[in-house]
Design a protein around this ligand. Structure first.
Ligand SMILES: *[C@@H]1O[C@H](CO)[C@@H](O)[C@H](O)[C@H]1NC(C)=O
Ligand SMILES: *[C@@H]1O[C@H](CO)[C@@H](O)[C@H](O)[C@H]1NC(C)=O
Ligand SMILES: *[C@@H]1O[C@H](CO)[C@@H](O)[C@H](O)[C@H]1NC(C)=O
Ligand SMILES: *[C@@H]1O[C@H](CO)[C@@H](O)[C@H](O)[C@H]1NC(C)=O
Ligand SMILES: *[C@@H]1O[C@H](CO)[C@@H](O)[C@H](O)[C@H]1NC(C)=O
Ligand SMILES: *[C@@H]1O[C@H](CO)[C@@H](O)[C@H](O)[C@H]1NC(C)=O
Ligand SMILES: *[C@@H]1O[C@H](CO)[C@@H](O)[C@H](O)[C@H]1NC(C)=O
Ligand SMILES: *[C@@H]1O[C@H](CO)[C@@H](O)[C@H](O)[C@H]1NC(C)=O
Ligand SMILES: *[C@@H]1O[C@H](CO)[C@@H](O)[C@H](O)[C@H]1NC(C)=O
Ligand SMILES: *[C@@H]1O[C@H](CO)[C@@H](O)[C@H](O)[C@H]1NC(C)=O
Length: 879
């Protein structure tokens, strides 16, 4: 007889309290009466388990009651149901403890709660994983679905979802979580779904659970025609073993033997699907007090093969025979055969069968989930936003797309909330989705500024803000990324939104560099210096309130180049400009404009991510005194960064080059120092978070054709180790001679370390001396300056090639600034903002001597890629 086809279904689960209730440790357990009115709770009379309303754990669904005639002989928690007429997937979110084994039970009793008298069918999911289909055969039959599942390390909640499969409205009656010991129901892989848990030979119609079963498992009565029942009224104890959860006494106190006492005890089932994997637990306890001439021992066969040899049940002590590995066969035919010398037939007290269930689809990254849930509540998004955002794919939240391949857990890479009637500001929670590549907020009624945090979304390739009521200006970094082709920025029609670098400064627009430049100007005015602001011709996209400008899209210029393009515009790497720690720099021409192409050598490139990090960093910085990125190439191992071309090479070579014609004037030197200082000041104060250059030195200061200076290689040393890679720390730490002496104690480089390095650069500019003398003493430039000042005067310090053509006070001031920067204690060093102000003073003094007005081009240079200088600040040089 095939077991379970003849399963005696208990029509109801009736419980009686035979024993005193053992204190049920409900800590860590959750017992929800689904549909129970908010804030209500009760103690179920038969089990003494406290049930609470499910309302705090789910935001959807409606409370319903089963029809009174179905309530008889039922536990209280099935009376209410929560029904889900709306939404495809509705999810409970339950707090759990990480790395903990739980028994999770969902109970369903239809009870004609909707008056339709039509049994629905729907699915149950555990988080992103399909669990089971709930199918009913009768309105008064409890359907119980159980899994034994270990929460992941770091998992603090579980989502249990009821999923509409277009076969009626889903509902749920009760949801229960019970903690189990780690050592129970051990599997090699996966979770276990309950197939059946049987109280064999039960003499009642009752299913037993808590308080009979301390673990609150549910045992259903079962017997077969060819079996006979034995019972005892004595308590059956658990064997001390903790490795296995044994059945409760009331279940163990009844057992069956075959009617034909000399025949085997047999039962079998055929799996609906041969690929099903089973774990089987057979529970035994001797419940007859055996006489000295009596003996019970049997072999257990599975499909005719010995599964367990000579099992002897112990008197009143439960034991179990169970599979330690999953079984996967086409027929499960068990046969318990008495041994030759056994005087008694085999017995069986209880049986548990579980199937392995695959819950391996990971949940979406927790931070992404938190962020998107906050976005959801900020904008009260309805849609299908329930359960895991990305998984399963079939229930992907509408408007989202996710990357399932490249991360351990799915990550949200695109968010489309266009035409969703959003109001208020752009939610800062969006910044919690760092993998976003596409963000579409178009055609809503969003107000306020375009927030800066959008620029932190470093992977963003598309940003659509059109058709909103946004004001202010688009953060400069986004514009920069748009201009360099990394971002497609669509602002289209908006209240009063400016999307260019040269937006008029309006209230509330905080482009940090503009304010710091403003501060400098105020100070300069105070110093009563002649300040002439030469404004550049502006290219400006101003969009009037609901103007008729439609669909203004800052189409990205094509800034990603193919390797063959790189070959073409470098003329097959014809002209080498230099060699850096991370590759060779070549000259190139793009559309008639000179560029410098840095090919990242395969030995120094640590892979795509570092390359991206580098590009990312360069995208964050945009300032007239920083070399700017023109584009990049990323084709397999061929990676290149393309910068604007700096015709006069680097400052180091320029200072060390011989020849009288190439001598930089004092004024030119101060201008270069000021340019470099401004670039550095921008990195420190204009970037949020600040960027510490960490490798300020004359080779990293590049000179344009007009001798305006730009800082280069910012941050590279942080990302790329030196070639060979062994001296990583040296390179990371900067260059000897330029290195902050505090580094040796702190091992950290901060803004003040850059200030120190800048001081060294400034001394080089003033003196044209090497940083470390080539003599045996290896004197540092600062020691040399101190020595010369102590023994001579300022004229001996300044580069003799200038032949005294400089203002003495200006020179003193410059040396003082440099020496202040070189304080061995970082707190005594000025910050770059102060350095910039002081250098401007120096320059102003020198210009006054020469009757030249000071032209401050920083107001534009800081936010524009200014290449033209307004006035000849450099002595005309023959080249
Ligand atoms: C209940 O269980 C928790 C954790 O499982 C434990 O810390 C607590 O001591 C237990 N309480 C009682 C009364 O057993
Ligand atoms: C539920 O309880 C909370 C706090 O205990 C209370 O603020 C709220 O008003 C209650 N709601 C109802 C419907 O009783
Ligand atoms: C679940 O845990 C979170 C964070 O630990 C907590 O804020 C929340 O109140 C908990 N929810 C319930 C229903 O206990
Ligand atoms: C259960 O196992 C997990 C991981 O295997 C472990 O972190 C946790 O501490 C264990 N819990 C107990 C109660 O042994
Ligand atoms: C659900 O139950 C009905 C009736 O009991 C049966 O006809 C149907 O095949 C079942 N569906 C599934 C998927 O088990
Ligand atoms: C079991 O239930 C059936 C149907 O409800 C009833 O006829 C029978 O008497 C019950 N048996 C016992 C032992 O309660
Ligand atoms: C009882 O089982 C034995 C051994 O399998 C068999 O030989 C015998 O015929 C069976 N008796 C009946 C009445 O089936
Ligand atoms: C499974 O085993 C039982 C008993 O041994 C037998 O009656 C049944 O036919 C077998 N089923 C299959 C598919 O082999
Ligand atoms: C019964 O026989 C088995 C081997 O078939 C043996 O291991 C066991 O000790 C015997 N038991 C007794 C009580 O003779
Ligand atoms: C966002 O959704 C709208 C409407 O569903 C669609 O027209 C638009 O193309 C989507 N945007 C993106 C970036 O896919």
């Amino acid at each position: 007889m095939e077991i379970f086809k003849h399963l005696v279904y208990a029509l109801s689960i009736v419980f009686s309290l035979l024993h005193l209730v053992r204190a049920f440790n409900q800590s860590g357990c959750i017992s929800l009466d689904c549909g129970l009115p908010k804030n209500t709770s009760y103690t179920e009379p038969t089990t003494k388990i406290d049930y609470i309303s499910d309302a705090p754990f789910i935001g959807s669904g409606i409370s319903k009651n089963i029809k009174p005639e179905y309530k008889a002989n039922q536990q209280k928690q099935v009376a209410f149901v929560r029904s889900f007429p709306q939404g495809t997937r509705n999810c409970y979110k339950l707090n759990v403890t990480e790395s903990t084994k739980y028994l999770i039970r969902a109970t369903f009793l239809y009870g004609n709660y909707d008056g339709l008298n039509k049994l629905p069918q729907f699915d149950l999911h555990l988080g992103p994983n399909y669990w089971v289909t709930v199918n009913f055969s009768s309105a008064n039959l409890n359907i119980v679905k159980e899994v034994i599942h270990i929460t992941l390390h770091s998992q603090n909640h579980l989502q249990i979802c009821v999923v509409n499969t277009n076969s009626g409205t889903p509902f749920i009656s009760a949801l229960e979580l019970r903690r189990l010991k780690n050592t129970t129901y051990v599997t090699s892989t996966g979770s276990l779904a309950l197939d059946r848990r049987l109280d064999i030979g039960s003499t009642t119609n009752q299913s037993y659970r808590y308080p009979y079963d301390i673990h609150d498992r549910l045992w259903k009565p079962y017997t077969q025609k060819d079996w006979t029942t034995l019972t005892t009224s004595v308590t059956v104890n658990n064997i001390k073993s903790t490795s296995n959860s044994q059945a409760p006494s009331i279940v163990m106190s009844t057992c069956v033997t075959p009617l034909n006492a000399s025949g085997p005890l047999e039962f079998y089932w055929e799996p609906p699907d041969e690929s099903n994997q089973y774990y089987v637990y057979l529970h035994f306890a001797e419940i007859q007090l055996l006489q000295s001439n009596q003996y019970r021992a049997f072999d257990i066969y599975l499909n005719g093969e010995t599964w367990y040899e000579a099992y002897v049940p112990e008197y009143l002590k439960s034991g179990a025979v169970f599979s330690t590995k999953a079984l996967s066969i086409s027929n499960y035919s068990f046969s318990l055969v008495r041994l030759q010398n056994s005087t008694l037939p085999p017995i069986l007290n209880a049986l548990e069968v579980y199937t392995v269930i695959d819950f391996s689809q990971p949940e979406t990254d927790q931070d992404d989930v938190d962020a998107i849930n906050n976005v959801k509540s900020t904008y009260t998004v309805s849609r299908n936003w329930q359960g895991d955002p990305c998984a399963p794919v079939a229930f992907l939240w509408s408007g989202l797309s996710c990357n399932y391949k490249d991360f351990d857990t799915p990550r949200i890479i695109s968010l489309n909330l266009s035409s969703s009637a959003l109001t208020g500001e752009i939610s800062s929670y969006i910044s919690g989705l760092p993998m976003l590549e596409s963000l579409d907020l178009s055609n809503n009624s969003l107000t306020g500024l375009v927030p800066d945090f959008l620029s932190q979304l470093e992977k963003l390739k598309l940003l659509n803000l059109e058709g909103n009521l946004l004001t202010g200006s688009v953060p400069a970094e986004l514009i920069q990324r748009s201009n360099s082709g990394f971002l497609k920025l669509i602002v289209g029609e908006n209240q009063d939104l400016c999307a260019s670098f040269s937006c008029k400064k309006k209230k509330n627009i905080l482009i940090p560099i503009v304010s710091s430049v403003g501060a400098i100007l105020v100070l300069l005015n105070a110093a009563a210096l002649i300040v002439i602001l030469k404004r550049k011709k502006r290219y400006e996209i101003r969009l009037g309130a609901r103007s008729n400008v439609k669909n203004t899209s800052l189409e990205p210029k094509k800034r990603q180049f193919t390797y063959s393009e790189v070959i073409k515009f470098t003329n097959n790497f014809e002209v080498t400009l230099g060699k850096g720690g991370f590759g060779t720099v070549y000259h190139g021409i793009i559309e008639g404009t000179d560029v410098a192409v840095k090919m990242l050598s395969s030995t120094s490139v640590q892979g795509y991510h570092q390359f991206q990090a580098e590009v990312k960093l360069l995208m964050r910085v945009y300032h007239g005194n920083l070399t700017s990125l023109v584009g990049y190439c990323n084709e397999g191992t061929n990676m290149a960064l393309i910068y604007e071309y700096m015709a006069n090479g680097n400052l180091e070579s320029y200072l060390s080059a011989g020849g009288r014609e190439n001598v930089l004037s004092w004024q030119g030197r101060l201008q270069i120092a000021l340019d470099a200082a401004k670039g550095l000041e921008y990195l420190h104060n204009g970037c949020k978070p600040p960027i510490v250059h960490r490798d300020v030195k004359t080779p990293n200061i590049l000179l344009a054709e007009d001798f305006r200076a730009k800082l280069s290689d910012f941050g590279l040393s942080r990302i790329f180790p030196t070639e060979g890679g062994t001296h990583v720390s040296t390179n990371i730490a900067g260059t000897p001679g330029y290195l902050d002496p505090e580094y040796s104690t702190t091992n950290r480089l901060n803004e003040k370390s850059d200030v120190y390095s800048f001081g060294v650069v400034l001394l080089e500019i003033i003196t044209s001396q090497p940083v470390i003398s080539k003599s045996k003493e290896r004197t540092h430039i600062s020691q040399w300056v101190s020595y010369v000042l102590a023994n001579g005067d300022i004229r001996s310090v300044v580069d003799p090639k200038l032949e005294g053509d400089f203002d003495i006070n200006s020179a003193w001031k410059a040396v003082e600034i440099a020496m202040a920067c070189l304080s061995s204690t970082s707190t005594k060093r000025p910050n770059m903002n102060e350095v910039v102000i002081e250098l401007k003073d120096c320059l102003a003094i020198e210009l006054a001597r020469r009757n030249i007005p000071l032209i401050d081009s920083s107001a534009n240079a800081s936010v524009m890629f200014s290449t033209d200088s307004s006035i000849e600040l450099i002595k005309p040089l023959a080249r």
